[in-house]
Design a protein around this ligand. Structure first.
Ligand code: IMP
Ligand code: MG
Length: 186
């Protein structure tokens, strides 16, 4: 098969965030999260949303200087979640969230519909607080009023891949973040 860096050379529109930039920002986010929760007594459960947040999740939790629990959820959207806002839980949470502080870790906030759903999901299950850390934010596309609490970077309204984000399950293992040329995904 073709090497990934060759594929990137032909498919990339723009290099948005390189490895060093990502690493520095993730360290800052970890610090902010640590400072935010350090005076809290309730347990902190950091919930990664599979599969897009996997790389960000692994790097972020290593920069949170507090005892935490981790858990994962997998969500799939019916058709395009952007249009319908209907999501399906493919893998449910295992932790009991009652009375706990929940930090949702996402790859990107796009329309905001997935996050809104998750926010209500945790609130209904009795979480004490629900906050969101997302590596990327695409505010131009927002359809529901929701904002993250610990955001890595704002990105333009392009199709973005790498560092966990995919197009048709590809590009997730790129250590940097790029936008794709339109002809690749249209
Ligand atoms: P939302 O419900 O529209 O906010 O959808 C968020 C989800 O859509 C993210 O968790 C991603 O999995 C996916 N997504 C949105 N924009 C992009 C993108 O530019 N590249 C890759 N995945 C994206
Ligand atoms: Mg996702």
């Amino acid at each position: 098969m073709k090497r990934l860096d060759c594929i990137v050379k032909s498919d990339m529109k723009e290099l948005l965030l390189d490895e060093k930039t990502i690493k520095n920002r993730v360290e800052e986010l970890g610090k902010s999260i640590t400072e935010y929760y350090e005076n809290e007594d309730a347990e902190l459960v950091v919930v990664g949303i599979l599969r897009g947040s996997s790389l960000f999740f692994a790097d972020l939790i290593r920069n949170i200087n507090l005892p935490i629990l981790i858990d994962f959820m997998a969500i799939s959207s019916y058709g395009s979640s952007s249009e319908s806002g209907v999501v399906k839980i493919v893998k449910d949470l295992e932790a009991d969230v009652t009375g706990k502080n929940i930090l949702i870790v996402e790859d990107i906030i796009d329309t905001g519909k997935t996050l809104k759903y998750l926010f209500n999901y945790f609130k209904e299950r009795g979480a004490k607080t629900v906050k969101v850390s997302s590596m990327l934010d695409k505010p131009e596309r927002r359809l529901v009023e929701i904002s993250g609490d610990f955001i890595g970077f704002e990105v333009p309204n392009d199709f973005i891949v790498g560092y966990g984000l995919d197009y048709n399950q590809s590009y997730r293992n790129l250590p940097y973040i790029i936008s794709l040329k339109e002809e690749v995904y249209k």
